[in-house]
Ligand binder design. Structure first.
Ligand code: DC
Length: 224
């Protein structure tokens, strides 16, 4: 029987590292829904520039084909056949993704895609509305949270490791701006599902987060 593990939470809370590794351990698909919003943001920016005009964006959605593929054991995202995995990982694209994600037509389009990708397969999906909207019947739901100071520090270290120049205070401000937009939007705002398990990752190592989720999943696998 297939099962779905939903992991939601704000930027930098540890979702990606945990979801990726848990999917690997359980040998199931990892679905990064944030990358899909980034892909739409990337396409909108390239076709229309920095706009949020839904009337102009809506007709573009039917031109978008998003696909994930494993390349050298890495999950890469393809937009209309082009690997855009690296291009979407910067602050500009984070903000663009967050902005287009406020539009109902964009959300409807991507939620349908996410459900299509997930049909009849087990997976670990991460995002903002996985447990609340995309897969409300997921067998296991987590909400990862963490102080903004710690999240900004983690992002800063990530950038340093990749030799990307960054300023801690700028990162903190950008994360706060994105949190605010993601939590207050009218459609599918970021919030904890009633039946989700809260994980405060502020003082947890990556290994501890992964171990906790895997242990819950194993209890679940014993049951299904
Ligand atoms: O997870 P991420 O940082 O890559 O997500 C980028 C933006 O996409 C995020 O700020 C809000 C949006 N998003 C969303 O609205 N719903 C999701 N399920 C995933 C991401």
């Amino acid at each position: 029987m297939s099962f779905i593990i939903a992991i939601d939470g704000p930027a930098g809370s540890g979702k990606t590292t945990t979801a990726k590794r848990v999917a690997q351990i359980l040998k199931v698909i990892y679905l990064d829904t944030g990358a899909m919003y980034r892909a739409v943001g990337y396409y909108v920016l390239s076709k229309l520039g920095d706009t949020l005009d839904e009337e102009k964006i809506k007709p573009l959605l039917s031109e978008i084909e998003i696909r994930f593929e494993n390349v050298s054991s890495e999950r890469r995202i393809f937009l209309n056949g082009q690997d855009i995995s690296d291009e979407i990982r910067n602050e500009k694209m984070s903000q663009m993704a967050s902005r287009v994600s406020t539009l109902k037509s964009v959300r409807d389009f991507l939620v349908e895609e996410q459900r299509r990708i997930s049909k009849d397969t087990s997976l670990v999906a991460e995002g903002r509305d996985i447990g609340t909207v995309v897969f409300p019947d997921a067998q296991l739901k987590f909400y990862m949270d963490c102080t903004i100071e710690e999240r900004a520090k983690r992002r800063f270290l990530e950038y340093s490791e990749k030799n990307i120049e960054a300023d801690l205070e700028d990162i903190k401000r950008q994360i706060a701006e994105r949190d605010e937009r993601d939590k207050s939007r009218a459609h599918a705002p970021l919030k904890m599902a009633k039946d989700a398990i809260l994980i405060d990752t502020t003082r947890l190592s990556k290994e501890e987060q992964i171990k906790f989720v895997v242990s819950k999943a194993q209890e679940l696998k014993d049951c299904v």
